[in-house]
Design a protein around this ligand. Structure first.
Ligand code: OFO
Length: 165
């Protein structure tokens, strides 16, 4: 059975994952409108992944006797300026998500809820991967700079970086 403190904290994370999904969906739509099909495909897939992260939390909360809440979400930006700005935004977003997962791990220890602590380890590993992926993409974008041909190739290649977690 979840304590109220843990249930509330997990529900806060449900909202964060749902908002992540919306942010990446907005990025996908922006990239698609700019004609960058590869980046759009990458972002649509990433948005789906975040929805999976949200669903995993919902199932866990309900399985443990809590009640997962579906709440109102804040609207993501609609413009992202450039690839660099957009992926920088994605990286910063993931850093914030990692901080919130770390807080959750901390709360689970304070509450001596070892089942939740164990469940959260999946998110801890996932965040390491997601931050590394975002950093890797940013490095590539920085190498390309403003080279149009390079951006075209990047758009083509980025689809291979789609993960399925
Ligand atoms: Fe991007 O890993 Fe969930 O939020």
């Amino acid at each position: 059975m979840l304590s109220k403190v843990i249930e509330d904290a997990l529900n806060k994370q449900v909202t964060i994952e749902a908002e992540s999904s919306q942010v990446y969906l907005a990025m996908a739509s922006w990239a698609e409108v700019q004609g960058f099909e590869g980046v759009a495909t990458f972002m649509y897939a990433h948005s789906d992944e975040e929805r999976e992260h949200m669903l995993k939390l919902i199932k866990f909360i309900n399985e443990r006797g809590g009640h997962a809440q579906v709440s109102q979400l804040s609207a993501p930006p609609t413009e992202f300026g450039s690839f660099r700005e957009m992926f920088e935004n994605l990286f910063q977003h993931e850093v914030k998500v990692s901080a919130s997962i770390n807080d959750l791990v901390d709360i689970s220890l304070q509450e001596k809820d070892y089942a939740t602590h164990n469940f959260l380890q999946w998110y801890v590993s996932e965040q390491i991967e997601e931050e590394a992926l975002a950093r890797n993409i940013l490095d590539k974008i920085n190498l390309i700079g403003d080279d149009k041909g390079g951006l075209y190739l990047f758009d083509n290649d980025v689809k291979q970086l789609i993960t399925t977690a």
